[in-house]
Design a protein around this ligand. Sequence first.
Ligand code: 5AD
Ligand code: SF4
Length: 456
Amino acid sequence: MSTQPLLWVPGAVTTNLRAIAMNTRKVYIETYGCQMNLADTELLIGILKPHGYEPTKTVDHADVILLNTCAIRERAEERVLKRLQELTYQKARHPGVRLGLTGCMAQHHRDLLLDKAPYLDLVLGPDAYRTLPALLAQEDKDEPLISVRLDRGETYADVTPVRGEGVRAWVTVMRGCDKFCTFCIVPYVRGRERSVPLATLLDQVRVLADQGYKEVVYLGQTVNAYRDGEHDFADLLSRTAAIDGIERIRFTSPHPSDMSEHVIEVMATCTKVAPYLHLPLQSGSNRVLERMERGYTLEHYVALVERLRAAVPGLALSTDIIVGFPGEDAADFQATHDVMATIRYDSAFMFKYSAREGTKAYKWNETLSEEEKVQRLQTIITLQERISAEINRQAIGQTTEVLVEGPAKRPQGWLSGKTRQFKTAVFPGGGAQLGDLVSVRVASTTAHTLIGEASV
Ligand code: 5AD
Ligand code: SF4
């Protein structure tokens, strides 16, 4: 570990000399995991900026390197450990560089990390981001600086995140989770549920509208559990819809048990609220749902989907599914497969169960081999690909509204954007600009993309 007293006073290191010359300190952040983590990265930059730090996209230019991590599955953690090892070369080349780990994995493995990654300078949990500037201002010590206290009251409501350019702004409305599903590490690493005040959020969104953002995506681990006194999530949605300049409103991820009639009504009546919902199911078997302690039965979930589809015509649905939960037998898996075939989601995120130390299910024996889990996963991926392709094909010949986000990866010269149902569409530009809402006639489709003819 380096004993350099200041971040930007290394030896003869060209990149850091450049930082001295410009009197700025550069922070490079790699983000792993969910959308909330991406939003937290914007928050971290927002916390650091008033202290003289600027973000950089080039690791070689960085005085501070942070990996903002995820703990939800083991694979996510393995990737981070591998990357940390790669990044030690930066510390070897630039001895003044600080290397830190933030987010859920930092919270989950704070002790273990110091064994596995002794070259870390900082370990910061999700409720400790405010301590970052002070920790960076301290002398570089031989021992890493650790800040992992969970704080029930921390919402970062007063911090202005530094957002990326684009048409869509991610806004965290609540943090933490009180649900304690037996497979999930989130409540342990992100702490208890707490919401940002309604007035603060509406002020933030007004500013975003003035800055030219067209779409706002509300984020929370159980976003529809949002509450500020008398105001619930439905109030937040309807009040947001009244803000001029914001054309589309989305949110992720709602919990089926918190999906109130009031929210369904707002989705049905507010045209700005997108007809798209990510509604995690996890399993189609009541036996497994009960052991997961999800708080709903399959019948309750299916009835909810029916109410949503009746209320919001053209609603696109996506979900999360876990295969291979301890005790999931062939009949349980078949039930999941059959529900997916019946509900016909537009898309799905499908995962193999990953045992997480500290959760209730961690103590339960896994009853499937890795091969069996892979096979079950592959079976539902194949099913979902077919369904997604079939649903998308129905859009051929229709005209759909697309919010233009930028150039398409291919073909060259085409533009890319999202439909109101949150499907990716590519189309020949025809003079459309970033942030425009254009009508695109769908000429062909794949399981993942709508391909347009021309903007109308
Ligand atoms: N193993 C596999 N998938 C998990 N998820 C959460 N915890 C685990 C786990 N231990 C999935 C759930 C959740 C999504 C964000 O990640 O499907 O909805
Ligand atoms: Fe995890 Fe369940 Fe909370 Fe979602 S609702 S974050 S799956 S504990």
